[in-house]
Design a protein around this ligand. Sequence first.
Ligand code: WTA
Length: 651
Amino acid sequence: MSSATTNIESLQAEGRIFNPPDEFAEKAHIKSMAELEALRAEAKADPEKFWARFAESELHWFKKWDEVLKWEPPHAQWFVGGKINISYNCLDRHLGTWRRNKAALIWEGEAGETRTLTYQQLHTEVCRFANVLKEMGVAKGDRVALYLPLIPELAISMLACARIGATHSVIFGGFSSSALVDRINDAQCKVVVTADGGYRRGKEVKLKAAVDEALKETPSVETCIVVFRTGSQVHMEAGRDHWWHLLETVNTDCPAEELDSEHPLFILYTSGTTGKPKGILHTTGGYLLQTHLTTKWIFDLKDEDIYWCTADIGWVTGHSYVVYGPLSNGATALMYEGAPNWPQADRFWEIIERHRVNILYTAPTAIRAFIKWGEEWPLKHDLSSLRLLGTVGEPINPEAWMWYHRIIGKEKCPIVDTWWQTETGAIMITPLPGATPTKPGSGTKPFPGIEADVMTRDGKSVGANEGGYLVITKPWPSMLRTIYGDDERYQQQYWSQIPGVYFAGDGARKDQDGYYWIMGRIDDVINVAGHRLGTAEIESALVSHEAVAEAAVVAKPDDLKGSAIVAFVTLEGGRIASDALKEELRQHVAREIGALARPDELRFADALPKTRSGKIMRRLLREIATSGLVAGDVTTLEDFSVLEKLRSEEE
Ligand code: WTA
């Protein structure tokens, strides 16, 4: 990736501006900068009126709201008094139109099998499963955990919960049983929906076994529903566990509940600065409005498109841009279960060619992996159906942007680099593909109706090209409402760092054109391959091992994954550092959290370098991890006493 050619290219890319191609702009929902600026101006003049205009024209309400926004900082309520159902908006309202027989979901399993569900069929499945949940005693307001592979049953379960007003909590299939325990207990889930297993690179991931382990410690769970997916042997606990397919005979008549606009739709756990993941709570009306409108304008959806967002539904991108946004728009969404390099490095390109995919939304990490695997893989395939490309999850380096533009987009597809977070619910900073000139590496400007800024710690806007903290200055419809069960932490974490504004936790700068450049997390969150992990979470997993006395985890830059995880560990007295112990500790983290959190590098130390007040000197550790300073063989204990003189600098 750092060959001479790409370096020159990246330098050229730095200053380059890519205008939306005319043929694209002509047919786009938002066709020009003038149109976009008019929308921005309209929203700025009266944000509530702006959002209400689209809530009215784009969504179905059982009852209209009395008040657009009730803002009692830092708590927002949108469309107060309105009655709505997101499952109705994603399904029922399309049934009275020709879209009834349109493919809603086209699913492809890793082994190549496919399933297509039309809007009518998806509606039937959702109603049926909603009735199953009701029979299992799930009522409005109850929480349901969903721990499933990327199969249609995951979308069906989400929509079924939403239909009856149960709040879903999707837990990524890569999390371990102890991560499940924490999340299920925090939300007090009544039901868990899982599968015997799923597939990843040809191997089975045994989900039900992890659930069995977890359910020993989750007293709130009464029922477990299991999808038959891999057919492997699983334990079924009489009275508690039920096969999904054996429950399928119940009736399919299930009218959507008329829910308050602020009814809790889902909880999604994400990493923060403490060891405990935060349950981000999203509600219904505002969330739906912003996911719907961003999907429509940013992905410029047309009825004949096949749209593919490659994210797992276990992350927020999958919630908003695999399920709710596309279905609310009546789109055809592709879902692929497995890995991008299975059975070969061209699986994505082969899928795009075979399904004639028009819109592709993926992560920079995936793009960097494709670059590494070689351009011969995409070049083997006919990618001419593609008309728009997107990225999300981490900053995209200009080299990767240029490769995506050239090799995948054939220099004719606009690229939308979209910045947002689990907490924001929907995209916040982004180009609109028919209107915004793009610069490789910049998410350009906020979506109409979103007010952002870059500030100093004491709340002053910084000048052009000066670094600072990214903030959102006005409430937005799909904002998180709280941290489930911990409103104090919500206030403290997001609204008190710089009083009065939403603190995103990212560093950023605005250039002379007002374009935003995201510089990455400024807190103790690591973004590994687009997955958010807390250093404190990994540290507490490490110290839960009997051999470990203390641990400090930092990120170091990684060409492929953005960041790699480096752990510094001190051992309990009498424990001897060895390669075997090192491997055991790495595996221990994978067991405690999931393989995605396994440290890439683990280094033993005599003691961790600390400031006089006892704080671990993380900046120093980051430097050591990055520069390779204090090298040596893998098991060597690092002696930080030589770094004593640096102590005063960090303080
Ligand atoms: C990072 C994922 C640069 C950022 C939707 C943010 C990005 C965190 C971008 C949220 C982007 C996301 N450019 N950085 N286009 N998109 N990020 O909650 O650090 O999993 O705070 O949501 O990812 O990660 P999360």
